[in-house]
Design a protein around this ligand. Structure first.
Ligand SMILES: Cc1cc2nc3c(=O)[nH]c(=O)nc-3n(C[C@H](O)[C@H](O)[C@H](O)COP(=O)(O)OP(=O)(O)OC[C@H]3O[C@@H](n4cnc5c(N)ncnc54)[C@H](O)[C@@H]3O)c2cc1C
Ligand SMILES: NC(=O)c1ccc[n+]([C@@H]2O[C@H](COP(=O)([O-])OP(=O)(O)OC[C@H]3O[C@@H](n4cnc5c(N)ncnc54)[C@H](OP(=O)(O)O)[C@@H]3O)[C@@H](O)[C@H]2O)c1
Length: 425
């Protein structure tokens, strides 16, 4: 069922109700709702910036957006240019490289390309998205935290050597996750080039003056835009055509807080737990058990956040946010944020895991509404459970040397406590 319009009822300022028009099989229906949660995603409208590429209209080969790429077979033995070094571009290029004669990715600003398989074979986010890392990022001097970040991003291979190096490597924009791409570049079946300056009927001329000749196909893996055609645009983009949503969820200018946008915010962490917490808070606001601040305070918060986003992510229209800081913020509104200091005093084993281990969604089920009695156990067993599906051939008697990492953790705690002591004294 298509939602074709969402409009305030005439008595919205007192009831907060919305009139919704839906369409199915040519039939329109109208219904009134007390609240609306918009969960329409942001990978629906392809961004196809042909105007940025002079000569593309003269190009004689095939040309389409990554959304229309379905399978590699038809490009067997062909020469393919992929524009854009995001996850779509890299997935498509790596797949095509097994059948195509040559694949080139052109990149405007480079990207960090991470392996999903990280230290000791654990998934990247289990090792990387931790409270400890976030604490360091937010508290170390910027120069040190930037240096540390770039060092981690270059840990598997030096991006400079593979033509992937981002122009501004300290920006925390979304990395690409692709285990295969570095190997395909190493084999020579994929090459990385700068942005395309100009197209001719059959070739692309890059900004460094080099040319990719006899191209059969150009794939624009240039991302997506978001739009809410069923809604008055000013509700979500209330200023300068920018998304102005309090905490990325609530339109601040509404007389009643009965609309929430779920899933627009994008972070380095997993999308589902983020939207889960957004929905938990939104339902409390809609029910009236949580109250939003004044319009002025919400607008000030949006402005302050925008400043920080520019620093970390570098784009004014960004919908990106820091995972743990954002999750904690949402959780604190509903009383589901874990109190780390108190945990260290009452349950040090769990505290260690919560602070140094992955910020798994169970952390937001330890306390508050929606508390789950199994959360503690789930956190303490998450490392073993993550590897269980792979351990299909178990070799007995293999000893693990985890003493060093334990020592490192205790050292880090000692340093933190000393730092806290020095701050308080
Ligand atoms: C190629 C690709 C690969 C991806 N791979 C991964 C991955 O491996 N891991 C990962 O975590 N994320 C991945 N993502 C991101 C992932 O798609 C999102 O995180 C996730 O789908 C967001 O879920 P959502 O429910 O918010 O939006 P969506 O999954 O986009 O769902 C929105 C739904 O709303 C519907 N809708 C929109 N407008 C209307 C309307 N007017 N009326 C009625 N219905 C409407 C849409 O049809 C759609 O069904 C990928 C994205 C892309 C594009
Ligand atoms: N396997 C997966 O997990 C997977 C697969 C596909 C997609 N996804 C997700 O889906 C979302 C969309 O991914 P995506 O790769 O389609 O889009 P994306 O992440 O937005 O990447 C778009 C790419 O196109 C480039 N680009 C945009 N406009 C351009 C222009 N005018 N000229 C030159 N280059 C331009 C960008 O360059 P700049 O960096 O310079 O802006 C960027 O490299 C992401 O969140 C992604 O994680 C995930």
């Amino acid at each position: 069922t298509l939602v074709s319009s969402v409009n305030k009822r005439p008595d919205f300022s007192t009831t907060g109700q919305w009139e919704i028009i839906t369409e199915k099989g040519g039939q329109k229906e109208s219904a009134v709702f007390d609240a609306v949660m918009i969960c329409s995603g942001h990978h629906v409208y392809p961004h196809l910036p042909k105007e940025s590429f002079p000569g593309i209209t003269c190009f004689k080969g095939k040309c389409f957006h990554s959304r229309d790429y379905k399978e590699p077979g038809m490009w067997k033995g062909k020469r393919v240019l992929v524009i854009g070094l995001g996850n779509s571009g890299c997935d498509i290029a790596a797949e095509l490289s097994h059948v195509a004669q040559q694949v080139i990715i052109s990149s405007r600003s480079g990207s960090w390309v991470m392996s999903r398989v990280w230290d000791s074979g654990y998934p990247w986010d289990m090792m990387f998205i931790t409270r400890f890392q976030t604490f360091l990022k937010n508290n170390l001097p910027t120069a040190i935290s930037d240096w540390w970040y770039m060092r981690q991003m270059n840990a598997r291979f030096k991006h400079e050597n593979y033509g992937l190096m981002p122009l501004n490597g300290t920006l925390r924009k979304e990395p690409v996750f692709n285990d295969e791409l570095p190997a395909r570049i190493l084999c020579g079946t994929v090459s990385i080039k700068p942005n395309v300056k100009e197209f001719t009927e059959t070739s692309a001329i890059f900004e460094d003056g080099t040319v990719f000749e006899a191209i059969d196909c150009v794939i624009f893996a240039t991302g997506y835009g978001y739009a809410y055609p069923f809604l008055d645009d000013s509700i979500i983009k209330s200023r300068k055509n920018e998304v102005t949503l309090y905490k990325g969820i609530f339109p601040p200018q509404l007389e009643k807080s009965t609309m929430a946008v779920i899933g627009l915010v994008q972070s380095l962490g997993a999308a589902i737990p983020t939207t889960d917490l957004q929905a938990r808070w939104a339902t409390q606001v809609i029910k009236g058990t949580c109250v939003l601040p004044s319009v002025e305070d919400m607008m000030d918060d949006i402005d302050e956040k925008m400043g920080k986003k520019l620093k970390w992510f570098g784009k004014s229209e960004t919908i990106q946010t820091d995972y743990i800081v954002y999750m904690d913020e949402l959780a604190s509104f509903i009383g589901a944020k874990p109190d780390i200091l108190q945990l260290f005093l009452t349950d040090p084993r769990l505290a260690m895991e919560v602070f140094f281990g992955p910020c798994s969604p169970y952390q937001f089920r330890l306390v508050g509404p929606g508390k789950w009695p199994g959360a503690r156990h789930a956190i303490l067993t998450q490392w073993d459970r993550s590897l269980k599906p792979m351990k299909t051939r178990v070799v007995r008697g293999v000893k693990t040397l985890c003493l060093f990492s334990q020592l490192f953790k205790f050292l880090a705690i000692a340093i933190l406590l000393i730092a806290l002591f020095l701050v308080l004294v």
